[in-house]
Ligand binder design. Structure first.
Ligand code: SF4
Ligand code: SF4
Length: 380
């Protein structure tokens, strides 16, 4: 349970857990930027720390705190209090509306040189539009599937694979929301707290009447999952479950026994994103692999440095790529390997830095299902 900043006992466990502090000692760290800062700020001294923007909002500090100080959320407030240049404000406004980009993903095909003036990094690989066709067939028990804006614009095949698997397990997936909408995660991470509330309210208005009758909402992105479950107030009526956990609960032994007969790799690398480590722990992906007859080797990384739009901000190039290189060091020399991660931006970042095949677990499962002779639609 989260407590007030007054509860801070100055143990510095949050600092020890911070991946940014680990690679950049000019970063003031979570204790100084969170509870220490707000104490000073609320006493009337309106100062902010210039290094606060380097926080990725991974929330690992918050998870490490033994007394429940909402460290990352205090840092988000700190970011909000900081004065930013007009250029940064415009850039951040754009990047905290990923649903806009998802409506016109071809924008990412524009020459990168145009990005420089907008303070966008030209170093990371940019996402490619993916307009894979996906349909829900309407048979079986209905479950909602949260189509985050990144999946909608750039990972349509992930949704197609998910719907195919749900069908195979006897469910009908209902993609939500009706139109591209952002859950607010990007705005929260950038310290645009008002923007996060606006995004939430706009996304809520895109939930159709039928969603009120659903018992479960399956999420495809670990960050959106944590945002929908922990940040939205009041909470949604239905249970929110990440895809991997839904697969473990809903796919029967027959499905996993069939997968174990598929040819291919004996092991895969698995990365639990920082937000899923905080919200759910690291174990579900390994369990999914094990039940599929494959060993999962965890990447030795807490946060890979993608952090939604973080890797695309010019000022974060160094930290983002350093964190990503630490993550991909585990697979150095195995660039033909498969890495599983349930976040589109993290997958893009890890593939860019390692050259490895980085897949969403739904796509990996679906491909193995087809290789093993499972019945389904065309391989996404
Ligand atoms: S949210 Fe993550 S990056 Fe930010 S201070 Fe906490 S641990 Fe460090
Ligand atoms: S871990 Fe919690 S109690 Fe310890 S210094 Fe950080 S905020 Fe304070």
């Amino acid at each position: 349970m989260l407590q007030s900043y007054d509860s801070c006992i100055k143990c510095s466990l949050c600092v020890a857990a911070c991946p940014v502090y680990e690679v950049d000692r000019t970063f003031a760290g979570p204790k100084a930027l969170g509870p220490d800062w707000i104490r000073i700020y609320e006493s009337g001294e309106r100062v902010t720390d210039p290094t606060v923007e380097a926080c990725t909002f991974c929330q690992l500090c918050e998870a490490a705190c033994p007394v429940g100080v909402p460290v990352a959320h205090l840092i988000a407030k700190h970011k909000e209090a900081k004065t930013r240049s007009l250029a940064v404000r415009i850039r951040d406004y754009g990047l905290t509306h990923p649903d806009w980009l998802a409506r016109l993903p071809e924008v990412t095909l524009l020459p990168k040189v145009l990005a420089k003036a907008a303070l966008i990094s030209t170093k990371p690989r940019w996402p490619r539009p993916d307009r894979s066709r996906w349909t829900a067939n309407g048979a079986g028990n209905s479950v909602g599937v949260w189509v985050d804006c990144y999946t909608r614009g750039f990972d349509g095949h992930v949704l197609a694979a998910t719907l195919g698997l749900l069908d195979a397990w006897g469910f009908s997936g209902i993609p939500l929301p009706k139109r591209s909408a952002c859950c607010g995660a990007a705005a929260m991470a950038s310290g645009r707290l008002h923007g996060a509330k606006q995004a939430e309210s706009s996304a809520r208005s895109e939930l159709p009447e039928i969603s009120k009758k659903l018992a479960v909402l399956v999420t495809l992105n670990a960050t959106c999952d944590a945002t929908l479950r922990s940040e939205w107030q009041p909470p949604l009526e239905f249970e929110i479950v990440p895809f991997v956990e839904f697969a473990l609960a809903a796919a029967g032994d027959d499905f996993f026994d069939l997968l174990a007969t598929a040819r291919g790799e004996a092991n895969v690398y698995a990365h639990a994103t920082c937000r899923s480590q905080v919200a759910r722990g690291p174990g579900a992906m390994a369990e999914l692999c094990k039940r599929s007859g494959i060993e999962a080797i965890p990447l030795d990384a807490s946060c890979c440095g993608a952090a939604g739009s973080y890797a695309f901000k010019r000022e974060h190039e160094k930290i983002s790529r350093t964190l990503g290189s630490l993550a991909t060091a585990t697979i150095a020399g195995s660039s033909s390997s498969t890495v599983l991660v349930d976040s589109g931006p993290c997958a893009l970042h890890l593939a860019d830095l390692s050259g490895a095949r980085v897949l969403h677990p739904a796509v990996w499962l679906y491909q193995r299902f087809n290789e093993a002779g499972g019945v389904g639609v065309d391989n996404p």
